[in-house]
Design a protein around this ligand. Sequence first.
Ligand code: PLP
Length: 400
Amino acid sequence: MAYLDHAATTPIVPAATAALTKELGELGNPSSLHAAGRRARRVVEESREVIAAAFGARPSEVVFTGGGTEADNLAVKGLYWNRQEQRPRPRILASSVEHHAVLDPVRWLADAQGADVVWLDVDEMGRVDPQQVHDEIARDPESVALVTVMWANNEVGTVQPIRECVQAAKPFGVPVHSDAVQAAGHLDVDFAASELDALTISAHKLGGPLGVGALLLGRSVTPTPLVHGGGQERDVRSGTLDTPSIVGFATATAEAIETRPQRIEAVAALRNELIAGVISEVPDATLNGDPRLDVAHRLPGNAHMSFPGCEGDSLLLLLDARGVHCSTGSACSAGVAEPSHVLIAMGSTAAEARSSLRFSLGHTSTRADVDELVAAIGPVVQRARAARSTASATSTAHQR
Ligand code: PLP
C-alpha cells in the first residue's frame, strides 16, 4: 500500500501511542482535588507546557478541545458572539479557501444570525491579499467582528501571508484567528511572533491521536463558550479533560518539533520526485497552488495536481484499487459531488477542479510510495479518460 493522504490524517507516532496507552491505565479526573485527580492534573499541565513551548505560546493560552473542527468553531462563533457584546459588529472577513471547519460556522453565522460575510479573494496560487484585509476593515472598522485566514491550505498547500494579515488588522483592534491545522508541526508556527489572537491546532495531523486539538488563545481574548458546564479551560470549553489524548498530543508535538528540520527536507524531496514522476508519466498533468516549492510558500508534503480529461473521483478509485491512497481534496468534503471551493476561488473551471487529486506525504513516506504512484498513474489516467469518452459517446447517442 502507498499511503499518500497524510493531510487527511498522518499515522500516530509510536511514542504518542505509548504515552496515551499508559495513561489509559491510570485513574483520575484532572479536576478532582484528591491525589488521583492531582496526578492527572499534573499530566495535563505538563502536556500543556510542552504544547505551549512548541508553538510559542504561554501555557495559559492553550485551550484543549476535541480537535481542529471544535477549535475553529470556538474561535469563529465564540469571537463573533463576544464581539457583539458592546455593539453590533456584523462583519466577518474570511478567506474564500478556508476548510469547512471554518467555512461552515461562518456561513451558519450568516444564515442563522445575520452576519455579513466578506469573502477575501485569493490569487491563482490561493493567496489572500493583506491589502484587501486592511481596506475592508478601514471601510468601517467598528463593524468588523473578526478576521479568519488559515495558515496553510489543506487542499493545495499554499502558505498564507499571515503576519501581514495580522498587521493589516491590528491597528483597528480587530481580532484575527488562523486555522493552522495543516501547518502545525510542519512549518514554523509561533503564536507570539504571529501576534494572532487565536490559532487552531489538531493532534492527528502531526502524529498524535484523533479527536484532540487546541485553540491557542491570547489572554485578552474571551470567546463566548460553545459548550457550558464545569468551567474547565478558562471557562471557555467545559468538559472533563481527556488526559490520555492530551498526553499523546503533547508527546507527538514534542517529537514533531524535534524531527522537523530533517523530516521536512526528506518529505519535500520525495514530494518533488513525486511531481516530476507524475508529469513524466502524464505530460499534460499540472501542479495547482504555488509553484514555489519551498516551505515559505507551500506545505512540504503537498502535491495537488490536475489531470485534464479525467474525473478526480474515478482516478481516486482506480488508484485505490491498486493500493495507492490519495484524496480529491479535503477528506471532510469527500462524497460531496461539488467541485472544490478552493480551486474555484483560485479561478479554475468546475471541470478543471473536478479533474484533480491531492497527494500528501508525511513522516512515514518512502521512495517506494512514490514509485508505486508513478507506476500506476499512467495506466490509471488512460483508463479514466477512456471511461469518460465512452460515457460521453453513450450520452450523445442517447440524445440523438
Ligand atoms: N482545518 C483544516 C485546515 C483541516 O485540514 C482539518 C482536517 O482536515 C480541520 C480543520 C479539522 O480538524 P479535525 O480533523 O481535527 O477536526
